[in-house]
Design a protein around this ligand. Sequence first.
Ligand code: SAM
Length: 283
Amino acid sequence: MKKNYTTAPLPFQGQKRRFINAFGLAMTELKAKQEVKIIVDLFGGSGLLSHTAKKIFPEAKVIYNDFDNYSLRLKNIAKTNKLLADLRLVLGVHPREKKIPAEVCKTMLDRIEIEDNAGFVDYITLSSSLLFSSKYVTDLKELKSETLYNNIKASDYDVNSTEYLAGLDIVKCDYRQLYNQYKDVSHVLFLVDPPYLSTDTKTYQSDKYWKLRDYLDVLNVLCGSNYFFFTSNKSSLIELCEWFADNRDIGNPFKNSVLNTQNITLNKSAGYTDMMLYKFVKV
Ligand SMILES: C[S@@+](CC[C@H](N)C(=O)[O-])C[C@H]1O[C@@H](n2cnc3c(N)ncnc32)[C@H](O)[C@@H]1O
């Protein structure tokens, strides 16, 4: 692994590039203090933390949990570059960040469809090339329903980027399985970067089930472990844990209460549920 990447070679929502310097410094500090033989990146994402960990601990076994098949996207960079080059040609001279006219979109989507039928399209990279910032789709049907903008990078993605994962042990499994495999091994460090609670996890393979309980379950892996954990103030997780530590005996005050719900519609696609809970215990 020659190059030191401070950002993932292909777009990835939630990659920890903003933490890379601080993470690198803290890892170097750890190296001076403790022997680390195994580093397990439970929620590998783009592999950026695994990559950085391997740079700092070249002798350690670094396990990258490639839950989203990011390595497949890296292997197909040449195809993605070719597709983007063809799309640039179809687009011709068109101002950046501006909406692409319908007839041009049609030709571009036809070209993408050919690639889709041939077997591989990196829709995440296409999304960051053609959609309004931070919007993502995962298949052609969804892409067809979106307004397209010209955000295509002027230059190719680096085809040599597969070396970014060199030296890593790549696995693909649920984080619990991986944690159970290594939890009792000595000199282990866990990297724990689960999908944020209030984040759009659509581009992750977990978008169908990532709920509060799943998020809180992850806390189990932190107990008694050497870890790096990432979260955001949107989840208020730290405050919640501090509160529970101060109120250990509260149990579940809603146990055996009765629930009544009211659905509130904000607009066609958004809404929420208001709840009333009641319980009578004293006469
Ligand atoms: C915030 S991202 C990790 C970003 C990564 N640290 C980086 O820098 O690119 C969270 C990742 O966890 C993955 N994930 C979701 N559910 C998972 C599960 N049950 N087991 C392992 N990984 C999971 C998501 O698909 C996503 O890739």
